[in-house]
Write a protein that binds this ligand. Structure first.
Ligand code: NAD
Length: 337
């Protein structure tokens, strides 16, 4: 029998990719505050349009379905969170607690472990200044966990919550494990299919989508700004690979995953090789620049490599030449969708 899987935030960029990848393997139940994209509707068993803060609804979903795995993607991203920090805290943290509470209740009741997969972010890192960022290069999971944004703080706290619900819930003597919390820290994601909103790494995908639509673009960070990125197919691959790994192989619960590291200028230049008429300029948004200046240049993926054989398929060049640019050309010429 097919497993039931719950995906929250299913209508977002990652949700689009994850639903498509899992549709054949599992019965998908989705929850998003926005109605699910019509293109995805036929791929899911049941879709709920509603809020992860609505406890009654979340409870009802867990009453109706037994879940093998929960992918908790719903969140308010970094730039949006900075515009309304208290609201972000409620969605990102209280929303996560609502899901974890129902997940642990259900797994205790049926005496079976539930996997809870959570996408964290490089926003959990907070490098103190540019020279330190320059020096640090590939950051390890335990380094510089001093986020300066509400989003980064929320993600770091949710990682700790996941570990608590997995290993220490109510500190019961001889407590059994009911939740198997697994987490990847994503870099900035770039998808050819969807436009990002509210993230601070959005300048890269925004450049691509503007070029593909024949529009000019004003980049909100300096040309030398360098952070790690990942092509959406690799992001989905990492979630699935981590989920499918045997628990005994996983010595950690939080893993960096990588794609490639590039500056805004390098991304501009590679896009211009395919879109010869593309014009762009730079107008720095101080708040967003300040955020990315605390994010690492690149991440160390050695734990993910060691425990679940992680290896990205897409590097800087083939992310653009083999995935983003050909797909964007199809989409904007009307041959896809
Ligand atoms: N996109 C990136 O670059 C990136 C990087 C690191 C981590 N992540 C994480 O990956 C996850 C998915 O990101 P994404 O890029 O798909 O983001 P997204 O903004 O495209 O999708 C988030 C989805 O959550 C939904 N949502 C927001 N508030 C909700 C609520 N209260 N109740 C129900 N649904 C709600 C939104 O409607 C949206 O469809 C998030 O947790 C994000 O923090 C993303």
């Amino acid at each position: 029998m097919k497993q039931n899987i719950l995906i929250t935030g299913a209508n977002g960029e990652v949700g689009h990719g994850l639903i498509t990848a899992l549709a054949k393997k599992a019965n998908l139940v989705t929850l998003d505050i926005k109605p699910l994209d019509k293109k995805l509707a036929s791929l899911v068993k049941k879709t709920y349009t509603g809020d992860i803060l609505n406890k009654k609804l979340v409870k009802e979903i867990f009453r109706r379905f037994d879940f093998e795995t929960v992918y908790h993607l719903a969140a308010l991203l970094s730039t949006s969170a900075e515009k309304n920090p208290a609201f972000a805290q409620t969605i990102n943290v209280t929303g996560t607690v609502n899901l974890l509470d129902q997940a642990i209740l259900q797994s205790q009741k049926r005496k079976k472990i539930m996997k809870f997969v959570f996408p964290s972010s490089i926003a959990v890192y907070g490098l103190p200044d540019l020279p330190t960022k320059e020096k640090t290069k590939k950051i390890k999971e335990i380094e510089y966990l001093n986020p300066i944004t509400m989003y980064g703080i929320n993600k770091l706290y949710c990682e700790k919550l996941g570990i608590y619900y997995s290993n220490y819930y109510q500190l019961l003597a001889n407590s059994k494990r009911y939740i198997d919390f697994r987490c990847v820290r994503f870099p900035g994601l770039i998808s050819a299919d969807t436009m990002p909103t509210g993230g601070t790494s959005d300048f890269a995908p925004e450049m691509l989508h503007a070029a593909a639509q024949g529009k000019n673009y004003i980049c909100f960070v300096r040309p030398d700004t360098t952070i790690p990125f990942m092509a959406m197919p690799d992001a989905i691959k990492s979630l699935l690979q981590l989920t499918e790994s045997p628990r005994k192989n996983l010595k950690n619960q939080i893993y960096n995953v990588d794609g490639f590291s590039a500056s805004a200028k390098e991304i501009e230049l590679i896009i211009k090789k395919s879109y010869l008429k593309f014009k762009m300029s730079y107008k720095v948004d101080k708040m967003r620049q300040r955020i990315v200046d605390t994010w690492p240049t690149d991440v160390d993926n050695s734990l993910a490599r060691r425990d679940w054989n992680w290896k990205p398929e897409f590097n800087f060049i083939n992310t653009f030449t083999k995935y983003l640019i050909p797909s964007a050309k199809l989409i904007y010429s009307g041959h896809k969708h």
